[in-house]
Write a protein that binds this ligand. Sequence first.
Ligand SMILES: [Fe+2]
Length: 272
Amino acid sequence: MIDLHSHILPGVDDGAEDLDEALEICRLAYEDGVRAMVATPHLRQESFWNDDRNLLVDRFKALRAAVRRTFEGEFEIHLGGEIAVHGASLEEINQLPGGNLLTLAGTSYLLLELDWHGVGPDPHEMIHEVVVAGFRPIIAHPERVAWFVRDRELVESLVDQGAMMQLTAMSVTGELGRRTQETSEWMLDAGLVHFLASDAHDPSLRHPGLKNARQVVAERWGEPLAQALVEDHPQAVLEDRPIDARAVPIEREAKAGLWSGFARRLLSGEED
Ligand SMILES: [Fe+2]
């Protein structure tokens, strides 16, 4: 599995505090079955502006060297950023590959974090501009941004425009509460989800790992979707290949199969 969203770059945001903690997060991810991870420090977020790209690159190189020593080539990390959308985001995006923003692993994919309160550029305009500029936008944890997911038509129309949606694994498993889980479920039902990612900040509270969320998706929406969300789509990102955002492989039978199995057991008096 490949995890496109994590705060493992040491000492630059509210994620890993130092190299040891970063390596511990990587170790847990590795044990969970993750083989590649993108470090996505907060960029342009109020508390973590992080506009010194050279510093981020230097920290990344040090972490990558430590990771390679520790995992002997079996676990790879890449550098990216989680870009908080603000008034000047479009100007900055238009400067890429120059300027101080970072795309995911140097590709044309951008991980964008919407404003929690809906402040900032109009989402339609922003996605339009990003796509026209030749980039592929991924919206980070939409299920946690209440004003955004309240408007289902908005989510659908952004996907039609070329935006992709990345759910946090802990939202899917219910570890972040009932509301984000239910929101994740309707988005998965509607075929509006393209990635699962950990958004890991530390080894325990906001932990790494995708296996449990992958299993939830496989059981309710089918193995092909589970594989797409944690393997095929993230692999396409790392190789900078396009993804058809309106063609996610949902097997509704997976859900039906679960229920018919339940009904069968009920009727036959079987117990689990
Ligand atoms: Fe994040």
